[in-house]
Each structure stands twice: as C-alpha cells, then as structure tokens.
Ligand binder design. Structure first.
Ligand SMILES: *[C@@H]1O[C@H](CO)[C@@H](O)[C@H](O)[C@H]1NC(C)=O
Ligand SMILES: *[C@@H]1O[C@H](CO)[C@@H](O)[C@H](O)[C@H]1NC(C)=O
Length: 424
C-alpha cells in the first residue's frame, strides 16, 4: 500500500492530519505572494559575511549581496533586521519562508529528501518486530524495527511512541505510558562513506547526507508502525537520538510533519549547535572539522562553505525555527566537552525562541540543560516531563526555558530579534 506523503517541502509537499487549519489555509492562500526562491541557489560568495546569526525573517532573495545596491551597511542591515523584504505575517512565514528554509537546508546541507510519493512501503509484523520493505524505481530496500509497548496499550487505548536510534532510557518512558520503537540505523545507512543499507539500496548515487538517510529510516519506521501496530497512536510521535544520531533526529523532525515532538540529545554542529559561536564550551566541533571527519553526514554542497561558515544564510536556530509550530526539545549537558552546549543554550535557543514566540507557539520550544556529559542517559528523564506535556497535556512545573548555569542569552548573537516584524 502507498502511504500518504507528509513532507511540507515545495513540490514534496503533503500534510499531516495534525497541522493546524490556519497553516493549511495560509499555504493555500493565493493572495499571499512570496518572494521567489533564488534559482539556482546562490553560492557562498553571493552572501554577506554574517558574524551573528542570520535573520530568519529575511527571504533569501533579499539576503544576497546583489541586493546591496552599493550600500556599505548591507551586511550590517541584514544582520540587524534592517534589510528590506522581511516577511511580516505568520501566514507569510508558513506559506513562504518555512518552505523556503526547508528547500534551502536541503540544498546547502541535507541533500534533497527522496520523493516519497514515488515509494511503496509495505510492512509486516511478527511479535515486536516490524519488517519494512520499501520499493522505488524498481529497487528494494529492507530493514527492521522493534517496538516495546507500555502495559495497557491496546487498539482501543493506543499509546504515543518515541522512535529512537542508538538507544534511550526506555523504562521511564514505558512507565509513563509511552511506547518505544527502535531501528538499527546502520541497516538503513552506515555511519561511513559505504553506500550500503536500505536507503542506499534505493538511492545510491544521489548527493544526500547520511543524516537525511537516517531521518528517512525514522519516517519509514513510522509508516510501518502505522500499518501494523494498532496499539500505537501514530499521531503522537517523538524522535530521538544522541550526538550524530541527535543530528539525525533533528532532521527527522524537520522533514516530516507527522513528528509531534523532536528530541535531539547533545546534537552539536549540523544539529542544534550553531556553526557560528562554535567554541563557547569545551571541545570545538565546527563545520570544518565535522565536514572533514564525517563528510557523509551532509551533502557535498555544505563542503563549499568550509572556511566560509559565516557566509551560510542560516544557522542552527533556522533549523529549529522551521519545525514550528511543532514541539522541539534540546537536551544539553553542562559536562559535555564534545558539543557546544553553551552555544546551543544561550545563542541557538533564544534565537529560535524569538521565532516560536512570534508565531505564538513559544511553549513548544524547550531547552533542557542538565549536569552530566555527552549522551548521558539522564537527559531522557530530564526531558520526559516536556514530552508528557506534549503527548498527554500533563502540567509540569519544570522551567524548560532556563539556560541553567550558562546564564543570560547572548543578545548580540541575534540583533534582528529586537526588530522582530510586527505581530500578525
Ligand atoms: C488570504 O490572505 C489575505 C492577505 O493576508 C487575507 O486578507 C485573507 O483573509 C486570506 N484568506 C483566507 C481564506 O485565509
Ligand atoms: C496511517 O495510514 C493511513 C492509511 O494509509 C493514512 O491515511 C494515515 O495518514 C497514516 N498516518 C500516519 C500518521 O502516517
């Protein structure tokens, strides 16, 4: 059977049942005219150098240097929210800018997500194992997922689910009435340049990053759950993983509107760690060293920005903002030497929050700063109350806006926020 598409990207666009009507209407509204997305996409040389985080409200058309018109203050205007052409309404965000961001991120970082409308997904279940078979273009890719149900889950009382790769703390989630599903990410795409596994059996030769391949694995797992596990409510779905797998969980949330809550743990650069302000804590993961150490995570285009990351027209906050109005929670450990936890907390988070707040969904963007190191399993209990709030509406007194010991947001990193467009 063919599943319905759930991507919201331009031609790939499809919609999930949970998308608010106002957003669906805005996307259909012919009287909202969008700035055209530049075609071809600009090169790094065509963007101004931006030392602070790019203005998420400014369409790409107005961010390129050919709009400078001889103005010596162009780069500064772009950074401070004074450039012309910013979007001004929520409807423009959802119809114009959000799809543009999704296309831009595929162009410059993730590679283009495969056209799901051309895929046929089949799934069979045996006990707790779901066998997933995807065919496209005459090729076949297969992998397996497993599900663990909380007690009491049934077709008449289906449980929400968190899909993870690389393992998570299952027990507190199961106790909270949340199912846990998992697949072996290496059977979808190995963490290397070798193009084996279900994803590459279908798409070998395409310039797509492995983070996108793993995101696809999450989505096809959800298809399989939806087809074979009536004890699970496929409309309340979390995705998680840590470190490189946290980057993948972020991609999974970004590219599928069926994902209710995106839960990247200690995700770092290409996740929720900013490319700019990368050295604020501990070991310094950067565009440059992540691209040279594991170039396969992204497409080849991202490589053209190596040593020019300040020319990127986006940063981690842009990725986060594009997930709104859906929920996103970032787990960060203060003892983590591997990712820029401080940058995620005082730079990325408040910048993305400015967009979530402007859209009226500020309570959907959460930051969880905890003690402990990289991929410390305590991160899963740390974010659980937020996940319960999203899945069940359970109230929590925990403050998911706190930057903890990192202190005040670094306002100089997102100067455009004080010039936020007028409320729609
Ligand atoms: C379409 O957008 C215009 C301009 O923002 C607005 O006035 C109108 O009410 C919208 N129409 C619908 C059906 O939402
Ligand atoms: C589940 O499958 C049905 C039937 O194909 C489809 O209409 C629905 O959108 C799917 N739901 C999810 C969450 O994938």
């Amino acid at each position: 059977m063919r599943t319905t598409n759930s991507l919201l990207v331009g031609a790939l666009v499809g919609t999930a049942a949970g998308v608010p009507l106002a957003i669906l209407e805005a996307r259909q509204n012919a009287s909202i005219v969008c700035a055209p997305i530049p075609s071809p996409f600009p090169t790094w040389q065509q963007y101004p150098v931006q030392k602070s985080l790019p203005d998420p409200f400014l369409p790409l058309k107005y961010m390129t240097s050919d709009n400078a018109g001889g103005s010596s203050s162009f780069a500064s205007d772009v950074m401070t929210g004074k450039a012309k052409g910013r979007i001004t309404t929520k409807e423009e965000w959802y119809k114009c800018r959000q799809p543009e961001i999704l296309q831009m991120l595929q162009e410059y970082q993730f590679g283009y997500y495969p056209d799901h409308s051309q895929e046929k997904v089949e799934a069979t279940r045996s006990g707790n194992t779901i066998n997933i078979v995807v065919t496209a273009g005459g090729k076949t890719g297969r992998f397996r997922a497993t599900v663990t149900l909380p007690s009491g889950a049934s077709a008449s009382k289906p449980a929400p689910v968190v899909i993870n790769i690389g393992g998570m703390q299952n027990a507190p989630y199961l106790s909270a009435g949340i199912a846990v599903a998992q697949f072996d990410y290496t059977s979808v795409a190995p963490d290397s340049n070798s193009k084996t596994g279900a994803f590459w059996d279908l798409y070998k030769g395409k310039d797509i990053g492995t983070l996108t391949a793993w995101a696809w694995g999450f989505h096809r797992t959800l298809d399989g759950i939806n087809m074979t596990a009536p004890e699970i409510d496929a409309k309340r779905v979390g995705v998680t993983g840590c470190s490189r797998l946290g980057k993948a969980a972020l991609a999974a949330g970004l590219f599928d509107e069926r994902i209710t809550v995106t839960m990247p743990m200690s995700s770092g650069v290409q996740g929720l760690g900013p490319y700019r302000y990368h050295g604020l804590s501990g070991q310094d993961e950067t565009l440059e060293n992540s691209k040279s150490g594991a170039g396969w995570w992204s497409n080849s285009k991202l490589g053209t920005f190596v040593n020019h990351h300040e020319s990127l027209p986006f940063d981690a906050h842009t990725i986060a903002a594009a997930i709104a109005p859906r929920a996103l929670v970032a787990d960060q450990g203060t003892g983590d030497q591997f990712v820029d936890s401080k940058g995620t907390s005082i730079v990325m988070y408040p910048a993305a929050k400015a967009v979530y707040d402007w859209l009226g969904v500020g309570d959907k963007l959460a930051l969880s700063v905890r003690s402990g190191g990289h991929c410390d399993m305590s991160g899963f209990t740390s974010i659980l109350p937020f996940v319960q709030k999203i899945f069940f509406g359970t109230a929590t007194t925990k403050d998911y806006t706190s930057t903890g010991s990192y202190g005040a947001p670094m306002a100089s990193a997102f100067p455009w926020s004080t010039a936020a467009p007028p409320k729609a």
